[in-house]
Design a protein around this ligand. Structure first.
Ligand SMILES: *[C@@H]1O[C@H](CO)[C@@H](O)[C@H](O)[C@H]1NC(C)=O
Length: 284
């Protein structure tokens, strides 16, 4: 606990930075949770939100010949260091539209992703890929205006793609935590600097093959992040490997899936994604 307080205080030194950022609620796009954010370049790494910034930062086009609406996802896709752990989607005007995680099939154990959650993944050459958008998928190939980007920042909502057709196969996640209570999402654990987790339809007796590959993060009652997970030991500096001791950060005790400890032992990969610039202030 002392570590978190110390980190929060240290972060205050940088507070000036965010006061001068744009005022959008989703004013950043950061990936990878970790405790050593001051010393690690991958922890809470801020990703480019325009195509021009991405190009300047070493991201390269990874559309593999597909046009904006040419495949199971929408947008121009970019990758960095040939690492599919994080791929960025930009709309037709070069503004951030979404994010993907790809897993190379050769690196996956047999039967992963399980059939029960395969609707969330799409085959993409040598990978399976999961996709989330920050604007309505049908609008990506039109693109946002400068004014829209200034006003809404990273986007207007979290749209989880759950099938092969982006325009129709998605779930829009409520921005307010009060509205997630009425759904099958289950309130999980709270962890300072991570936030209040929600998992899809988890329970103590569930089968971990059903473990949904997306989780949500609310802070101060508002959606400010989410994450992907997969039952595989994938290799990327962007990925997190939850330890057994971290279960209470993820779940409420009585709801901790009994199978989850075994998932961790077999290899579980997660990645936290934040749409604002101050995840170190995530006090749930
Ligand atoms: C939730 O999970 C249970 C099994 O643990 C299943 O029977 C039920 O259909 C699921 N509900 C939804 C909405 O997915």
């Amino acid at each position: 606990m002392k570590t978190f307080v110390a980190l929060a205080l240290l972060s205050l030194v940088c507070v000036e930075g965010w006061l001068f950022n744009d005022d959008a609620e989703w004013n950043d796009l950061k990936v990878t949770w970790g405790l050593n954010q001051l010393f690690s370049s991958t922890v809470f790494d801020s990703l480019p939100r325009t195509e021009s910034d991405a190009l300047a930062d070493g991201w390269v086009d990874f559309s593999r010949g597909a046009s904006c609406d040419g495949d199971y996802y929408r947008g121009s896709r970019y990758i960095k260091d040939n690492d599919p752990a994080v791929m960025l989607l930009f709309d037709d005007n070069g503004f951030i539209a979404g994010i993907q995680m790809g897993a190379r099939i050769t690196e996956l154990p047999a039967g992963i992703p399980a059939a029960q959650v395969m609707n969330m993944w799409n085959y993409d050459g040598d990978m399976v890929v999961i996709t989330a958008y920050f604007q309505e998928p049908a609008s990506v190939c039109t693109g946002r205006s400068d004014a829209h980007f200034t006003l809404h920042g990273t986007g207007v909502g979290l749209y989880l793609q759950n099938g092969p057709t982006p325009e129709t196969d998605y779930e829009l996640i409520p921005r307010d935590e009060v509205d997630i209570g009425a759904t099958a999402w289950t309130k999980g654990g709270c962890f300072y600097t991570m936030g209040q987790h929600y998992w899809y339809n988890t329970s103590a007796s569930m089968d971990c093959d059903d473990f949904f590959p997306v989780f949500l993060l609310y802070n101060s009652g508002r959606l400010n992040g989410f994450g992907f997970d997969i039952n595989a030991d994938l290799n990327s500096p962007r990925y997190e490997k939850p330890a057994l001791e971290s279960l209470s950060a993820f779940f409420q005790d009585q709801d901790t899936p009994a199978c989850f400890a075994q998932s961790i032992q077999k290899g579980l990969t997660t990645i936290h994604i934040y749409m604002d610039d101050s995840p170190s202030f995530n006090f749930c």
